[in-house]
Structures are given as C-alpha cells and as structure tokens.
Design a protein around this ligand. Structure first.
Ligand SMILES: [Zn+2]
Length: 219
C-alpha cells in the first residue's frame, strides 16, 4: 500500500508536531458528548450566513445522517486541539463523501485498516480552499480515497468512501475546516490549526452549527 502525504515545504509548527499528535475523534457512538459552555457561548454568532455558505453537506443529495458530536464539546471537539468546530457524522463504512467545497487535494492517506481504534491511524482526504482554509475528511476507509494529491476537485465531486479508521468508536466522518496561523498547509496531524466555524447551505436551518443528535438531509 502506498502512503501519500503532502508535506509542507516550509518548516513550522504544523510540521514540527507532525509525528507527535493524532486526530482524536471518538464519535460514531450514540451517547451525547457534554458541551463546553464557554466555547459554545464564544462561538455563537460567529457562523457565516447559512444561505450563502460556501459549504454543502459532505454527502450525496437525498441522504440523511446524524451528527454524533457537534461543536464545542468536552470530548474531542475542543478548542485546545483546534477542533472545536468539527462535526462527527455517523454513516456506514463505504458511504460516498463529496467535496463540501472545491479546491486542491493537499493530503491523502488511505493505508490504514478500519476498526483498529488506534490514534494516528486515520485515513483522510484534505482539500485546500481558495481562501486558505483546508477541509478535512477523516476516518476514510482503507483504500477509500477517490482523489489524488494535487487533484483539483469541484464542490459535490466524490472524493472518498467513509470508514472507521483511526481513533473512533464506530463508523463516522469527522469533517472540519481549519486555518493555520502561518499560511502553511494544515493536515490532519497538526494540532495548532485554527478551527473555523462552518455551516451548510443545503440543509435545514442551523444558526449556530449542526446540532448534535439531529439528522440532516442533503438537499
Ligand atoms: Zn471528530
């Protein structure tokens, strides 16, 4: 199996902590994750206008999935790990993931097995957007990437098959958008990345992000 990872050409914090961190996630279970009220309060009102959001749900139109971990939790979606605006969305292994927003593929990993539960063994696809943010699609299944490094992908294009790789408690997609401080690529291993509040224009109203425990249909 081939491991393809795009390494930033410049040195920096993201790269320096490359091997030290993991993409913790949990998710996939049905138990609610406690909310961090301080984080939640600070986040309220920072989400973009939903109707003009550049993002669509990262799965096919007509499909419905449930958010099993939302934003600002005391679980793995915390600010101190740069993931407070991440979403865990429960879905069967092999669900087609689409590009929530177009861009250039800057990270692909698909060599790990599903179901190991081992932090750091996450398969993923990372897409760099034209505003410098990176969309991360994590826990992809083994050999589940449908794109290659440097591919340009359009919004809605199939990019991967979901899975259960790495630090998970069940099959799900961890999706988030990150912006890192020094214009370097922000790949899933990096923990100094700044999490960006995201909503999706093609589903029901969610003023302060998708709500944990609720299901959302891609329309
Ligand atoms: Zn997650």
């Amino acid at each position: 199996m081939t491991v393809r990872v795009s390494l930033p050409r410049v040195s920096g914090v993201c790269l320096a902590i490359f091997s030290l961190t993991t993409q913790g996630c949990g998710g996939g279970g049905n138990e609610n994750t406690p909310i961090d009220p301080t984080c939640k309060e600070a986040a309220a009102g920072t989400y973009p206008e939903q109707s003009t959001s550049p993002y669509v749900l990262p799965y096919s139109i007509g499909e419905t999935y449930t958010v099993t971990q939302g934003n600002c939790t005391t679980g793995s979606h915390r600010e101190d790990v740069g993931q407070q605006f991440a979403y865990d969305i429960e879905m069967p292994v092999g669900t087609t993931l689409i590009a929530s927003r177009g861009g250039v593929v800057v990270g692909v990993e698909e060599s790990f097995s599903d179901g190991t539960g081992v932090p750091g063994e996450e398969n993923y696809v990372a897409i760099l957007h034209d505003d410098g943010t990176t969309g991360r699609y994590i826990h992809v299944t083994t050999l589940g990437a449908l794109v290659q490094l440097q591919d340009t992908v359009s919004q809605g294009e199939a990019i991967a098959m979901s899975g259960n790789s790495g630090n998970t408690t069940g099959p799900h997609l961890h999706f988030d958008v990150v912006r890192e401080p020094n214009s370097m690529l922000c790949l899933p291993q990096a923990r100094n990345c700044v999490s960006v509040p995201v909503n999706f224009r093609n589903t029901s109203v969610h003023v302060n992000g998708l709500v944990e425990g609720r299901s959302y249909t891609a329309e």
